[in-house]
Design a binder for this molecule. Structure first.
Ligand code: CP
Length: 309
């Protein structure tokens, strides 16, 4: 049986193209499973998974939990806001207490960059990074590429522009790594204050004119502005941001071609994207959410195959 080259899913930068192909092949199988009347397989009946969320989440948390339940794993959920972290408990103590309940896999979202890597060195469980600060969100990038492949037939050779707050986005960095591994061309577009200076060293071009960016691309992955990670003002006003970088129907209708619109959520309707664009035929935003369950089932299943039992 084919195996992943990694012991944990900590970031796309640790994966190779074969890993992505294997995850997608496995996800194809699980996508078929979750569209059956009985949407469950008994594959992980002997596996226990802890979902540890130290930051807010809607899609990722629900998607992981559903993926785990569809695989028949036992699932425990932990939310930092309702836990003893508030009483001063450290990350390692929290996780070791959870692991002493015989947990095999930890899915963790944490505000600190590298939290998953740190955990993988200190605890005896498989770690899946569900977002570490502004660093990586590997399962989001995997489901994004899977959705592009599903919509356009391949990722190789496609032109993808990532629009918005690149500086604070873990989705952007993981997408850049994943898209490039599969042979896509990537540009970023946003206010220069929200584009990190190192981005060109990753082989990514910068475009500050949204119309030119959209004329160039096959796919636009639109990100929200992450005000919660900003301690200074990066642009004069939301109104100006929307005027310069917001995607609306009029801009799309003037392109003379139909591009694919993506968004990882949560959407700020009327800011980075108008409602008519978010809900348009060319938007695959809800397909991304649907595919997230199959892709996460694949990641969990493949890592669980490495556990001796
Ligand atoms: N896309 C994403 O990570 O959304 P949540 O923050 O709701 O999990």
């Amino acid at each position: 049986m084919k195996q992943l080259s990694v012991e944990h899913l900590l970031g796309i930068k640790y994966l190779n193209k074969n890993d992505i192909d294997l995850i997608f092949e496995t996800a194809n199988h699980f996508k078929e499973v979750i569209n059956r009347p009985i949407k469950k397989v008994p594959s992980l009946r002997d596996i226990t998974i802890a979902n540890l969320f130290f930051e807010n989440s809607t899609r990722t948390k629900l998607s992981f939990e559903l993926a785990e339940k569809r695989l028949s794993a036992d699932v425990i959920n932990f939310s930092a806001s309702q836990s003893s972290v508030k009483k001063g408990e450290t990350l390692i103590d929290t996780v070791n207490n959870i692991l002493s309940m015989k947990v095999d896999i930890v899915v963790m979202r944490h505000p600190n960059v590298g939290a998953g890597v740190f955990l993988s060195k200190h605890v005896d469980a498989k770690i899946i990074n569900a977002g570490d600060g502004t660093h990586e969100h590997p399962t989001q990038a995997l489901l994004d590429s899977y959705s592009i492949h599903e919509k356009l037939g391949s990722v190789k050779g496609k032109k993808v522009v990532i629009v918005g707050d690149i500086l604070h986005s873990r989705v952007a960095l993981s997408n850049i790594f994943a898209l490039q591994l599969q042979g896509a061309k990537v540009k970023v577009c946003g206010p220069t204050t929200l584009i990190p200076k190192y981005i060109t060293s990753l082989g990514v071009e910068v475009e500050t004119n949204i119309k030119k960016a959209l004329e160039w691309c096959d796919v636009a992955n639109v990100l929200r502005v992450q005000h919660e990670r900003m301690d200074i003002k990066y642009f004069p006003s939301i109104r100006e941001y929307t005027q310069l970088f917001g995607i609306n129907k009029e801009i799309l209708d003037n392109l003379g071609k139909k591009i694919v619109i993506m968004h990882p959520g949560p959407i700020n309707r009327g800011v980075e994207i108008t409602s008519d664009v978010a809900d348009a035929d060319q938007s695959i935003i809800l397909n991304q959410v649907e595919n997230g369950v199959a892709v996460r089932m694949a990641v969990i299943y493949l890592l669980a195959q490495q556990i001796k039992r």
